[in-house]
Write a protein that binds this ligand. Structure first.
Ligand code: G1P
Ligand code: ZN
Length: 543
């Protein structure tokens, strides 16, 4: 085996977003593209010579081929060791954990999260740094700069290494350690939740239905829910990771996890329903006849986390992304701890977690997590819910109703308009930004605007400022509408409209969010001109 230096042309313009670089699989498969990007990352993070690197992905199409190439590149670039999940599999939170416990320099996580996979689907590569979290902006800027100038990459000649067997071998001078992707994750969860108490809950007849959506959480859920905790065999469905996720979007929302939602609203619904996404960082939790809104789930976990085994010290603080509902803030206020509002994307939570300012954090997009890793963690959220259910001995519906009674209910919905022409979407935001100063005092669809701004985040830990993070409209009667463009889509532009209204009166807590929020929805449309500009009559996805 020899180290080859292969000439390439730069792939300028490939700026990694909040979740690394995501592109159509076919783009990554172009000759030299993956290599140019990976070499740019290696160079952008200061090289890997003498360093340990974790590598794994969600098993989507091209995952194994890409990892084979990347390992040969890591070896050629002088890495000391690569730690790889068997079969190239690692969920995003498991990769984050491994980077931390192995004190690795960082890790490559291959995934396009909840986006569909396959030859016609999406692919992605993210680099996480030594705290286990996504590379911060300074580092992604350096990677991006390198993509513009890169003219060669280094690779070890010879075949791709075998990823199928656990053990330690050599690839050139690099140590290649293939590990079971699940073992360390299970050990971590055993410290965070009370396995005995949850086992007793299942033994008492409690039933769960976990849909792994043919994505990476299948092996983890089988091992923990059915293996360790004794949930009935068959509790985990679609548990085998498939390269094309069985032809579906591995996104646990009412559209793509329709079977789960249908089951949970049917007569034979089990006690709990849950699902995760492609790479295992998202979660959705449902009870009999109730779907817990992710923003509410964050607030509920914050209010009850002290009941879970690993969190008896209580809550240090809570962080939520800006478009996430303000339900978590109410819990923080009552607990007299700090509540932080960050831009969308998990990387903004990293500084707060590292500084010990927050215990848990979350996003409206079905992501919750804690200081145990530096990524959101889907199965963790499901297990914490189970631990809380076991401790409180109440149903999910009862716990949610009780929460709303104590704190009030933040009615919430998100409307997504996908695949919009980028010029139309960009013009909408140019116009919105241009009109911001004139909006206060004006009424739209009967709602008067009190304040309007473009969210800017001042990181309290490192002092950095992230501007233009989304348009926020606050109405005088307390409602809020937020407009953002997605940073993770791969086709056209996706407009996200986040709508919410607070209702303190328990007598009004069982209403349908779309009905309660109808005036805010109408006002948002009037303010941004969504229907008239896009010609769309309804959103593509409502969550
Ligand atoms: C979406 C979610 C965001 C999440 C990100 C990565 O980003 O909205 O909360 O952090 O995926 O999972 P968006 O497409 O909105 O930029
Ligand atoms: Zn994900």
């Amino acid at each position: 085996m020899t180290i080859e230096t292969i000439a390439i042309t730069p792939i300028a313009g490939q700026k990694p977003g909040t979740s690394g670089l995501r592109k159509k699989t076919a783009v990554f498969m172009q000759p030299g593209y993956l290599e140019a990007y990976v070499q740019s990352v290696i160079d952008g993070v200061g090289g890997v010579a003498g360093r340990d690197i974790v590598v794994g992905g969600d098993g989507r199409f091209f995952n194994d081929t890409a990892i084979g190439i990347m390992l040969r590149m890591l070896a050629a670039n002088g890495a000391a060791k690569a730690i790889v999940g068997r079969g190239g599999l690692l969920s995003t939170p498991a990769a984050s954990n491994l980077i931390r416990i192995r004190k690795a320099y960082g890790g490559f996580v291959l995934s396009a999260s909840h986006n569909p996979g396959g030859a016609d689907g999406d692919f992605g590569i993210k680099f996480n740094v030594s705290n286990g979290g996504p590379a911060p902006e300074g580092v992604t800027d350096a990677m991006f700069a390198r993509t513009k100038t890169i003219d060669s990459y280094k690779i070890l000649s010879g075949p791709a290494p075998d990823l199928g067997h656990i053990g330690v071998t050599k690839l050139g001078t690099m140590t290649l350690e293939i590990i079971d992707p699940v073992t360390d994750y299970v050990a971590m969860m055993r410290n965070l939740v009370d396995f005995d108490r949850i086992r007793a809950l299942f033994a008492s007849g409690f039933r769960i239905h976990f849909d792994a959506m043919h994505a990476v959480t299948g092996p983890y859920a089988h091992a923990i829910l059915e293996g360790e905790l004794g949930a009935a065999k068959g509790s985990v469905v679609n548990g085998i990771p498939l390269p094309d996720f069985g032809g579906h979007h591995p996104d646990p929302n009412p559209v793509y996890a329709a079977d789960l939602f249908k089951l949970m609203f049917s007569a034979d619904a089990p006690d709990m329903g849950a699902a995760s996404d492609g790479d295992g960082d998202r979660n959705i939790v449902l009870g009999k006849g109730i779907s817990v809104a992710p923003s509410d789930s964050l607030a509920l976990l914050a209010a009850n986390i002290h009941l879970a085994k690993g969190y008896t010290a209580g809550l240090k603080g809570v962080a939520r992304s800006m478009p996430t509902s303000r339900a978590a803030d109410r819990v923080a206020a009552k607990a007299s701890v700090e509540a932080y509002e960050t831009p969308t994307g998990w990387k903004f939570f990293g500084n707060l977690l590292d500084a010990g300012r927050v215990t848990i954090c979350g996003e409206e997009s079905a992501g919750t997590g804690s200081d145990h890793v530096r990524e959101k963690d889907g199965l963790w959220a499901v297990l914490i819910w189970l631990d809380i259910l076991a401790a409180r001995k109440q149903s999910i519906g009862e716990i949610v109703a009780d929460h709303w009674k104590t704190y009030g209910r933040d009615y919430y919905t998100r409307h997504d308009y996908e695949g919009l022409p980028s010029d139309i979407a960009d013009q909408m935001f140019t116009d919105l930004r241009g009109a911001l100063a004139t909006l206060p005092g004006r009424s739209f669809a009967g709602l008067k605007i009190e304040k309007a701004d473009d969210f800017s985040y001042h990181d309290p830990v490192d002092g950095s400022i992230s501007a233009k993070q989304g348009i926020r409209i606050f109405f005088q009667s307390g409602e809020r509408a937020v407009f953002r463009l997605s940073g993770t889509g791969t086709e056209g532009a996706t407009l996200r409209v986040y709508l919410e209204a607070f209702e303190p009166d328990p007598a009004k807590h069982a209403l349908d969010p779309q009905t309660v929020l109808a005036p805010v929805i109408a006002a948002a449309d009037a303010i941004a001109g969504i229907k008239s500009r896009t010609g769309r009559t309804a959103p593509d996805v409502v969550t």
